[in-house]
Design a protein around this ligand. Structure first.
Ligand code: GTP
Ligand code: MG
Length: 459
């Protein structure tokens, strides 16, 4: 499909008790998409059944040696390496087969790899502690990244707006801070360097202090942006807003483009979108409806990242209607929907009025669609590539808003041209009758917005 990348990665996953083979494969498939998004070619995978992923080198010695062949490492960690931090780490490697170390008899083991085939990086599907990370890097001789590290790296590369950059940098520094101990620890930096190292302060302490200071700065700046967002949201208080939320790559931005005519980025990449875009539905609707597109979710999304994207996610929490966009052609769409709901709950966005939007139905057969329709009778099935499907969604959204609307007659004098313009833009006008002083206009609108307009008319 594409030319092979000069950067090659090997993926590693541990199958702990309670994780099925399908779940492991699904997670590895997703990890491989994340890694490809970073521009690496995935050249191999190593999996192992173990009782835990908390062992000092995560893998047993046999698998570690196998992995080191991909990377040209020694496969062993020096005797002086970090202390084991988990009881299991004290177990002799021999005992590991009792944990169910999976044989690799069905996979041919290569004895060595030519430099053209060797991997430049190892990516672990589980999260690594700082000491596991340094043990693995020592044994493998190449950089090692865990899932969180990969996600944070993608976010760093894709963040465009100031708010997104700040949010990602906060998450990145929080991720780096504990890992500094292992990489920079102990080594005294040459004295006389820039940066104002305090008396008796080691370079590690200095680095940590710098990170703390930087975090403080970033948080202050983000809070200022947050206030700005808040003000903008408050201005939209009486507007009808629809928020698109869902798993990464579900098709949120494609739907945004199709429904609003905006040119937001659509890409077959994970986390293509990190920033929030808000646009009115196009062709324009009466009343006007705004749609917002924002960052997608993923399994095992680092908690810090969720917390730092809270202000972005607040957009969804304040919406009049939330559309849960689902890639229904993905076999794991059910768990993806759970992840989306859980992340929203984490930022306190529960019990929002919502609609399930099952996208990419063009990839399914009619039997599959029929059975899903009976399982989810309220969901809207569509493809962002089919205009008829989009028109039906538009009807459904407008129907939802109009359900709670009431009809009323307003008297608008000619002197209140501004209010008339607002009524025409924001309410559905049913009839207009002119006389000498002004007009009588019959409208359909939400009770809340009618109250706002009536107050303005009194003034
Ligand atoms: N087959 C098919 N593909 C679709 C459809 N809608 C979107 N896609 C594709 O799905 C991929 C992801 O689409 P996006 O709209 O970028 O997805 P997203 O949810 O915004 O993803 P993130 O921004 O990464 O969270 C793109 O390659 C789209 O072309 C559809 O109805 N059918
Ligand atoms: Mg997107």
């Amino acid at each position: 499909m594409t030319t092979p990348s000069p950067f090659r990665a090997v993926l590693v996953a541990i199958q702990t008790p309670g994780v099925t083979r399908e779940e492991l494969d699904g997670s590895l498939h997703e990890l491989s998409r994340l890694v490809k998004t970073l521009g690496y070619e995935v050249v191999g995978q190593v999996t192992q059944k173990r009782s835990s992923d908390k062992f000092a080198t995560v893998l047993g010695q046999g698998k570690l040696t196998e992995l080191a062949r991909w990377t040209g490492g020694t496969g062993t960690i020096a005797a002086s390496c970090g202390k084991p931090f988990h009881k299991a780490a004290l177990k002799p490697e021999l005992a590991e087969t009792e944990d169910g170390e999976e044989g690799d008899s069905d996979e041919p083991i290569e004895t060595s790899f030519s430099p053209q085939e060797q991997a430049h990086i190892v990516i672990m599907d589980c999260d690594l502690s700082p000491s596991q990370l340094s043990n693995l890097e020592r044994a493998l001789g190449v950089p090692v990244l865990d899932r969180t590290g990969v996600i944070i790296e993608i976010f760093s590369r894709h963040a465009r707006t100031r708010a997104a950059r700040l949010q990602v940098e906060i998450a990145r520094l929080n991720y780096l801070a504990p890992r500094l101990r292992e990489t920079g620890g102990g080594r005294e930096r040459q004295s006389g360097g820039i940066g104002g190292k305090g008396a008796g302060e080691t370079s590690l302490e200095l680095d940590k202090r710098r990170i703390r200071d930087r975090l403080k700065e970033l948080k202050t700046e983000l809070a200022a942006i947050g206030d700005e967002h808040h003000t903008r949201r408050a201005r939209r208080e009486n507007e009808l807003t629809v928020a698109l939320v869902g798993y990464t790559n579900a098709g949120k931005s494609s739907l945004m483009r199709a429904m609003t005519g905006s040119d937001v980025l659509v890409a077959d990449k994970l986390f293509a979108t990190l920033d929030t875009t808000i646009r009115p539905l196009y062709p324009e609707t009466r009343p006007k409806v705004l749609m917002s597109d924002t960052v997608g979710f993923i399994k095992k999304l680092p908690h810090d990242l969720v917390a730092s994207f809270k202000s972005t996610l607040d957009e969804a929490a304040c919406a009049s209607l939330v559309l849960f966009v689902v890639d229904v052609s993905d076999p794991s769409f059910r768990s993806q929907l759970d992840v989306t709901r859980n992340v929203l709950a984490e930022v306190g966005a529960t019990d929002l009025p919502s609609l399930l939007v099952f996208n990419k139905q063009d990839r399914l057969g009619s039997d599959e669609i029929a059975s899903l329709m009976s399982e989810y009778p309220d969901a809207v099935f569509l493809s962002t590539r089919r205009p008829d499907d989009l028109a039906a969604l538009r009807e459904r959204i407008m129907g939802y808003f109009e359900r709670d609307m009431i009809e009323e007659e307003l008297r608008i004098p000619f002197t209140a041209q501004k209010i008339l313009a607002e009524v025409r833009a924001r309410m559905r006008v049913l009839s207009e009758q002119y006389d000498a002083e002004g007009l009588t206009i019959r409208v359909r609108s939400s009770p809340a917005y009618l109250t706002v307009i009536k107050k303005k008319l009194v003034h």
